[in-house]
Design a protein around this ligand. Structure first.
Ligand code: NDP
Length: 329
């Protein structure tokens, strides 16, 4: 019989609990690709799942971890071979299918994409869903025809995972980036990432006029609510904003005026169920744009033993940057 593996397991009997446990390999889900998980990460969603602070987990017991990179150890499909390195982001993994915070995983081949040759496994998880979602947002602006010569691009939630990657990627591509943040004391860090202007998020988070001074050619928003409404109202004629998040709120108290009078566009970004070809495009772009020194600066590495403590710190807002979990150490 094969040895048991280490995994974070969330249970819900009388109480909700997460613990580092031993799992029999025969208890892994019955899917068509088996993997040795090299690295996973701690996203906000994983923090919610592990601490039980949000209704993320939809069946129990659950192994959390919405992101992973691993090496194929067995497969019944032609799409991948033993020894291939693959990436998984989303698809309900870590929510309704067992996820990445374990030494091994068993996953559906439809959810997996090849690790780009230019990225190491660790780098892929330093990027994780945050970087991948930022890349999808940048690609959406490009596909709408927004170029660096069009003018300022606003990024909200600037110190967050998605926001900080968006600033970095836009700057790498030559855009003039304005960062909106609630942490003005982090201005130097945001400038190091590539922001040219920093504004207080307070300017955007309160109710505003339906049409405001035309300022931004484009925007990447992870905040929603009044912030997104104010962005729509201050885009230039033909401007584009992408919306991926709800850090301020799920509401959108906006008017149609910017859409019908200035022809602006609001593009929704979902990373979880994104088709495979878009994922491959985004990861290939990330591999060509992101530099190793940047990834090392924004991330720390932990082991599976340290996951629960780090998830609690994440939920208490005590962690800045990306947390990468080495699942084999
Ligand atoms: P983080 O928690 O890392 O960052 C969110 C940032 O938003 C914070 O750092 C803060 O930035 C800002 N913020 C927090 N609260 C408020 C508030 N009340 N008003 C305005 N700004 C606020 O999250 P992520 O970057 O990982 O994710 C951002 C959002 O995107 C989340 O809502 C997440 O659920 C969503 N998301 C969606 C995905 C998708 O597929 N659609 C994928 C990934 C994430 P600062 O301190 O600089 O102000």
């Amino acid at each position: 019989m094969s040895n048991p593996i280490k995994a974070i397991v969330i249970t819900k009997d009388e109480n909700y609990a997460a613990a580092l446990s031993e799992v029999q390999q025969g208890d892994l889900p019955d899917q068509n690709v088996q993997l040795d998980v090299l690295y996973s990460t701690l996203n906000y969603k994983d923090g919610l799942a592990i601490t039980g602070k949000g209704p993320v987990v939809r069946s129990f017991p659950m192994v959390p971890g919405i992101d992973l990179v691993g090496t194929v150890s067995g497969t019944s499909t032609d799409e991948f071979s033993v020894g291939d390195n693959v990436i998984l982001n989303g698809f309900g993994v870590g929510e309704k299918h067992w996820g990445g915070l374990a030494q091994k995983a068993s996953l559906n081949s439809d959810w997996l994409i090849p690790l780009p040759a230019a990225l190491s496994p660790k780098q892929a998880m330093q990027i994780g869903t945050a970087g991948y979602t930022a890349m999808l947002s940048v690609i959406a602006l490009e596909k709408q025809g927004i170029t660096p010569s069009d003018g300022e691009i606003l990024v909200t939630g600037a110190n967050g995972g998605v926001g900080s990657f968006a600033i970095y990627l836009l700057n790498q591509l030559g855009y003039n980036v304005t960062a909106a943040t609630g942490r003005m004391e982090q201005s130097d860090y945001l400038k190091e990432l590539g922001a040219s202007q920093i504004i207080s998020r307070d300017e955007l988070s309160i109710p505003g006029k339906p049409l405001q001074k035309e300022r931004f050619a484009g925007a990447i928003d992870s905040v929603g609510s009044h912030t997104l409404a104010n962005i729509c109202a201050s885009l230039k004629y033909g401007g584009v904003v992408t919306a991926c998040g709800l850090a301020q709120g799920m509401d959108l108290p906006a008017s149609v005026a910017p859409f019908i009078l200035r022809g602006v566009s609001l593009i929704g970004i979902d990373s979880v169920m994104r088709p495979k070809k878009d994922r491959i495009e985004a990861w290939d772009r990330l591999a060509s744009l992101v530099k190793a020194d940047y990834l090392d600066k924004i991330s720390t590495e932990i082991t599976l033993e340290q996951v629960i403590e780090n998830a609690e710190q994440l939920m208490d807002g005590k962690i800045r940057g990306r947390v990468v979990v080495n699942c084999q150490s």
